[in-house]
Write a new protein. Sequence first.
Length: 392
Amino acid sequence: MMRTLLTASVGCVAATAASHSVVAYMGTGNCDGEDHTCVEGPAGPEQMIQPLIVSTDGKLVAEGKAIRTTGAPAWITTTGHSMDDGCLFATLANISMIFSTGSGNPGQIVPSGGAAPVYAQVTNNGRTLLVANYHGPDNSKTSVGASAASFEIGSKCELKLVDVKNHTGSSINPDRQGGAHVHSFVPVRDGLAYACDLGMDQIFTYAVGADSKLTELHRTSVEAGFGPRHLVQHPSQPYVYVVTEMGRSVLAYKQQDKGVLELLQTNSVVDTTLGNGTGSKAAEIAISPDGSLVFATNRGSQNTVTVFNTLANGKLSRKGSFEAPAFPRGMALVLGGKILVVGGQSQTEVWSYFVGKDGDLRLASKTKDAKLAPHVSTFATFEPYSPETVVV
């Protein structure tokens, strides 16, 4: 197994940032509970979305006016091409609210439809925001507040709660799975969406109606104790890839009728040159614009990004693991998938990498700029979402 050590108030940031750079908005996850070296800062800076300019040469510059959110933006997502014609949404996990701005809306917060929202994404038709309400703490023994929720998006990015599907259940790890924990709710093609429930070890398939209402279609069980976290869909083929937090793996599935998922393969993200993975947990997953590469982060005792090549049959072939900043919770592909940015949650740092066509990662830049979002854990841009550009 190969490991490569690397050397080397609301405002819209204009993409001066022109064709050779992009603005990536950063949110904060505060300190990870298992990271004893992390130090919390003042609450104020952790209640803002901070802009970061990323250039094609990999240079990172924290610059521009921050967006105040009144809560910690644990996840950010966008729709449209800019704040002028699109929307920016953030899940404020610590206060169970959703923040929205853009298209003339100076900023709004609404209840999330559950407790501790940690993920949100806009459906392909741009009409609905899907929200995953995690419900915490991690060792909770109940499922109250764990839910998959849907919101209708108004013309000025205002949100109206339409539907809530409560999740109730548990699995074998009492420290993490005593109750349901919905960790992501991901829209895919054909009006479907998958909700990964880490606490129940299940992936729920929902149909999302034109009226934003949700209909449960199927539940896919994953190996007990694995904890499914986040999911991406191949941009053109009927495959999805799921990163499991406690299983430290990427699961490859083929999509069947009515949202049924057929497991094709289980792939570890553990770098065996660093040990057996004890003390680490997987976090984020991303797929390249053409679907040829899948990326997954692992944090804790191993701080890495593992890269896989996708095969014609939907399975994955491991390219290698690459060094990442401490506790790499969030990452994003930008600038047409040519640059990968990874946030180090532990020490508030961001690294950028050049992405080779074969999946090789080459370190481009590191920054610990004081203007970074504290304990940066999520990124979002207004780059167009299409196979020709970037999937984040």
